[in-house]
Design a protein around this ligand. Structure first.
Ligand SMILES: Cc1ncc(COP(=O)(O)O)c(C=O)c1O
Length: 475
C-alpha cells in the first residue's frame, strides 16, 4: 500500500525496530570502535551518525529494490544520458516556483510549453497556455479543474444546486488519476464500459452519456491497460453531432500521458490534437515518452479561454508578478531543465528515431509471444510501444499470474491484472517497451519467457490463486 502508516501494530522497541547488522567497516575509521547497536528504523535516532555510515545503511537496503531497467511494468523513464544526469544534478537545488530568482529555468519551462504547443498543432502556439507539473496526474487534475470551472461559469444560474451535479465522461479504462479527480473535486464519473473485444471508449456511447451537466469527455492516447489509442477524432465527431442535435457543446481533454509524445513522431497522419477544434486541453508525462526521469508532466490549453483566469494565482512575494497554476507550490526545477535538454538534444528526428526503436522492439517481442502459441495478443505494440496479452484458450496448467511470478524470479517485472467491467473475466500481462529496453535485452526477455513456459507447461496441477490480485500493475 502506498499510503504509509506509522508502525502502530507492532511499535518498534526503543533502540531499534527491525535491526540491520552493522558492518564494522561502516561504523568508523576504526572498525573495532564501530556501531554496537543498529540504529532505530521507525523512530528518529537519538544522535547523529557519520554520513558514510548512514549512506551505507540506506544503500544496502535499497539493493533489494528491483532493477528499474528490467521493470516492464512502468511507463516512466529509467535511463537518461549522463549529460542529462549532470544537468539535473546541477539544478537539484532549484525550486521551480522561484521564477524570479531562477529566470532562466522559468524561461526553459516557457520554451518547453511553446515547443509542445507547436508539436500538438495549437492554432496559434503563442496563444496556447500551459505549465509543467509533477506528472500527468497533476496535469489531469488541473485540466479537469479547468473543465469544471468553465462548465460552472456557463451554468452559474443552476450551479451549485442538487440538480446540477457535474459529470465527466470517459472510458472505464482511464488511469486512476481520473477517478481521483472525480472523487477529490466532487464530479460524477460516467464510465463507458468495455464491450467484447473493445477495450477502450466508444465515441457513440460516450456521446450518449453526455448531458447538460457534462463538463467534458476524456479521450486517452493510449490506454494504460493495453497501449491502444482511443479514437479522438471520432469522439470529437460524435460530440459535434451531439451539439447539432441538442445544442450541448462538450469539450474534450486528451490524456496523452504516453501517446502525446509518441503519436506526433510516429503517427503524423493521425489527427488527435489541437487540430480538432473540440480539443480544449492536452496533458503528457514528460517522464514517460518525454524521456525524462520522474517527475515532470505538462498541461496545455488551446487558448486563454480554455483556462479560466480565476484558476491562475498570482504571487508577488517571490519578486515580480508570477502567475502559477499548480497544486504544489515548491517543485524541483531539475526535471524541467532535463525536459528542455531532451527536446533540444533530440529534435523531431531524434524523437522519431527513439520512439520508432521502442515500437520496433514492442512489435518484435509481441510477435515472439504470439509465436509461442501459449498466448493470445490483445494489442501488438503498434500504437503505444506497449502490448497486452493473455493465455490462449487451451492453456489450463498456468495463468498470467504464474507467468508474472516466474518472470520475476528471472528479474523481469511484468504485471498481470484483470480488466475492468465488463471484461473482468480477462486477465492479461502487459509489457511496456521504453527507451533503454534494447533489442538485446528484449531477446534475453524472450528467452526467459520461453524458459519459464517450459517449467509452467510441466506444472503437475493448475495452481489456485487469487486471480484478482494484480502484480505490479501501474494503473
Ligand atoms: C493514460 C494515463 N494518464 C495518466 C497517468 C498518470 O501519470 P503520472 O504517473 O505521470 O502521474 C498515466 C500513468 O500511467 C496514464 O497511463
Amino acid at each position: 500500500m502506498a499510503l504509509h502508516r506509522g508502525n502502530s501494530e507492532s511499535p518498534a522497541p526503543r533502540g531499534g525496530g527491525r535491526r540491520l547488522a552493522v558492518n564494522p567497516f561502516y561504523g568508523a575509521t576504526n572498525p573495532a570502535a564501530g556501531m554496537t547497536e543498529a540504529p532505530p528504523t521507525h523512530r528518529l535516532p537519538d544522535s547523529p551518525m557519520a554520513p558514510s555510515t548512514a549512506y551505507q545503511l540506506v544503500h544496502d537496503e535499497l539493493m533489494l529494490d528491483g532493477n528499474s531497467r528490467l521493470n516492464l511494468a512502468t511507463f516512466v523513464t529509467t535511463w537518461m544520458e549522463p549529460e542529462a544526469a549532470v544537468l539535473m544534478a546541477e539544478c537539484r537545488d532549484k525550486n521551480m516556483i522561484d521564477k524570479d530568482e531562477y529566470p532562466r529555468t522559468a524561461e526553459l519551462e516557457r520554451r518547453c510549453v511553446s515547443m509542445l504547443a507547436d508539436l500538438w498543432n495549437a492554432p496559434d502556439p503563442s496563444a496556447a497556455v500551459g505549465c509543467s507539473t509533477t506528472g500527468s496526474s497533476e496535469a489531469c487534475m488541473l485540466a479537469g479543474l479547468a473543465l469544471k470551472r468553465r462548465w460552472a461559469s456557463r451554468n452559474a444560474d443552476r450551479y451549485p444546486s442538487p440538480q446540477a451535479r457535474p459529470n465527466l465522461v470517459m472510458g472505464v479504462n482511464v488511469q486512476v488519476c481520473w477517478e481521483k479527480f472525480c472523487t477529490f473535486w466532487e464530479v460524477e464519473a460516467r464510465l463507458v464500459p468495455m464491450e467484447g473485444e473493445r477495450f477502450h471508449l466508444d465515441p457513440q456511447v460516450a456521446a450518449e452519456l453526455c448531458d447538460e451537466n457534462t463538463i467534458g469527455v476524456v479521450g486517452i492516447l493510449g490506454s494504460t491497460f493495453d497501449g491502444s489509442y482511443e479514437p479522438i477524432a471520432d469522439l470529437c465527431a460524435a460530440l459535434d453531432a451531439l451539439q447539432e442535435r441538442t445544442g450541448l457543446d462538450v469539450p474534450v481533454h486528451v490524456d496523452g500521458a504516453s501517446g502525446a509524445m509518441v503519436a506526433p513522431f510516429l503517427d503524423e497522419d493521425l489527427v488527435w490534437d489541437f487540430r480538432l477544434p473540440r480539443v480544449a486541453s492536452i496533458n503528457t508525462s514528460g517522464h514517460k515518452y518525454g524521456l525524462v526521469y520522474p517527475g515532470v508532466g505538462w498541461a496545455l490549453w488551446r487558448d486563454k479561454e480554455a483556462l479560466p483566469e480565476e484558476l491562475v494565482f498570482r504571487v508577488n512575494y517571490l519578486g515580480g508578478d508570477m502567475p502559477t497554476f499548480a497544486l504544489n507550490f515548491s517543485r524541483p526545477g531539475a526535471q524541467v531543465v532535463a525536459q528542455y535538454y531532451t527536446l533540444l538534444r533530440l529534435g523531431r528526428d531524434g524523437f522519431r528515431a527513439v520512439q520508432q526503436a521502442a515500437r520496433d522492439v514492442a512489435g518484435r517481442v509481441a510477435k515472439a509471444m504470439e509465436e509461442l502459441d501459449d498466448f493470445r495478443l490483445l494489442t501488438r505494440g503498434d500504437q503505444l510501444p506497449v502490448f497486452a496479452f493473455t493465455t490462449a484458450a487451451d492453456v489450463t496448467r498456468f495463468d498470467v499470474f504464474d507467468v508474472s511470478r516466474r518472470l520475476r524470479e528471472a528479474g523481469w517485472l511484468v504485471p498481470a491484472y484483470t480488466f475492468p467491467p465488463n471484461r473482468e473475466d480477462l486477465s492479461v500481462l502487459r509489457v511496456v517497451c521504453r527507451n533503454g529496453f534494447s533489442e538485446d535485452l528484449a531477446d534475453l526477455f524472450i528467452d526467459d519467457v520461453r524458459r519459464s513456459l517450459e517449467d509452467l507447461r510441466r506444472q503437475p496441477h493448475p495452481l489456485t490463486h487469487d486471480r484478482g490480485a494484480a502484480t505490479g500493475f501501474h494503473h
